[in-house]
Design a protein around this ligand. Structure first.
Ligand SMILES: *Cc1c(COP(=O)(O)O)cnc(C)c1O
Length: 400
């Protein structure tokens, strides 16, 4: 079947909640994906940073196949021999004493929010059902009703109320606004250290550090949503580490399973994550042996292949080279590691047409909101491949 036939079937039988590029992928390896017509593309999105380790990484694949032949799902009603090892290895790699596994990122965010409320009532002494959680403008934490309750993006929330109470939103990058919003009932502040979906928005230097101090002074938990920025994407294991911040709670997902499987987790020390008691929270698939085996292999690849260092080094190179491309369309090039946003001027006509033009040159990138092209290839990319991409990107950024 040809591209157009797949698209026609998808449009007819599938809900229209996405606007994908018209490329139908049938296989992938490393940084490259192949469509049904045999065309080859450099993946510069990495499934929103879920395939930091590269597509179909052989070691993760082997772990998945091996585990799939043994046992895939036990439910948490019984124990399995993979989950304890995932807990231990996550703790060794991240430095947090405990973790709680879920599946999607949104579920892990919901888990962190429940945990912060539980902590507020049982440790901080906030009157029951009065806990407040501070979030910031431009946030993206997922798609559940509670999470879209504090989104500031109209399309994410306008038709989906009534909303969950207990959240307030202040401008991103403004620590004074957080200071003013904190009350005795504040349980937590939740932040993305760099906002991915908002367009690779990097807050002012020192912001996260200041927010962490405010949280400490006021007995408020700091939750970092590192689902996209974490696991080596920005050149460190966690983007919070760029400011030497150790949040009380970290939420991870996406690359935790290298793109093979949905696995997410909440990380915290025992004084916080130890608060849940049996029955208070759960998930049929969370922590299943297949997920745990895949996540263990995916974590090991991040460490063994030193993907944080690779991201830092190649990201700096890629960013510097992109910044040197003369283009009347470009307003700003920014990023950390291989997490790069090219923001276009309003007069450019929007990022979509540039992404479509990139596709024609053999590069898959996706616009985020109207004016930003995100370049976030798998972290296993090499300099030669970046050098292959640069003239193609240049050609596209210089079109009329
Ligand atoms: C992708 C993402 C989520 C949601 O993850 P899902 O697996 O799609 O539910 C939450 N927060 C951030 C920062 C993300 O990038």
């Amino acid at each position: 079947m040809k591209t157009q036939e797949y698209i026609q079937i998808e449009e007819q039988f599938g809900a229209h909640n996405y606007h994908p590029l018209d490329v139908v992928i049938e296989k992938a390896q490393g940084v490259w994906v192949y469509d049904v017509e045999g065309n080859k593309y450099l993946d510069c999105l990495s499934a929103y940073s879920a395939v930091n380790q590269g597509h179909v990484h052989p070691k993760i694949l082997a772990a998945m196949v091996e585990q799939a032949q043994k046992v895939t799902l036990t439910s948490r009603a019984f124990r399995n021999d993979q989950l304890p090892l995932l807990y231990k290895e996550l703790s060794e790699v991240t430095g947090y004493e405990m973790s709680l596994p879920m599946n999607s990122g949104a579920e892990a965010v919901e888990t962190a929010l429940k945990l912060a409320r539980k902590w507020a009532y049982t440790v901080k002494g906030v009157p029951r059902h009065q806990a407040e959680i501070i979030t910031v403008s431009g946030n993206f934490h997922g798609r559940t009703i509670s999470i879209v309750s504090f989104s500031t993006e109209p399309s994410y929330r306008d038709d989906f109320g009534p909303f969950t109470p207990g959240f307030l939103t202040v401008p991103y990058g403004d620590d004074k606004a957080i200071e003013s919003a904190i009350t005795p009932n504040t349980a937590a502040v939740m932040i993305e250290p760099i906002q991915g979906e908002a367009g690779v928005i990097i807050p002012p230097a020192g912001y996260l550090k200041k927010v962490a101090e405010l949280c400490k002074q006021n007995n408020v938990l700091l939750i970092a949503d590192e689902i996209q920025t974490g696991l080596c994407r920005t050149g460190k294991l966690f983007a919070s580490q760029h400011e030497d911040v150790r949040p009380d709670i970290v939420v991870i997902g996406k690359a935790l399973a290298g793109g093979f499987y949905p696995v997410s987790a909440v990380l915290a020390d025992a004084a916080i994550l130890g608060l849940f008691t049996p029955g208070e929270h759960g998930s049929t698939f969370g922590g299943n042996p297949l997920a745990a085996a895949v996540a263990r292999a995916a974590l090991k690849v991040l460490v063994d292949e030193k993907l944080a260092d690779r991201s830092a080094e190649l990201g700096t190179y890629f960013l510097d080279q992109l910044a040197e491309i003369p283009s009347k369309h470009v307003k700003e090039v920014r990023g950390r590691g291989l997490f790069i946003g090219v923001e276009l001027n309003e007069a450019s006509g929007g990022a979509r047409r540039f992404c479509e033009a990139l596709q024609k040159t053999g590069i898959l990138a996706k616009e985020t909101h109207n004016y930003v092209i995100r370049f976030a290839p798998p972290l296993v990319i090499d300099k030669e491949t970046i050098d292959w991409a640069l003239p193609r990107i240049r050609e596209v950024l210089q079109m009329q």
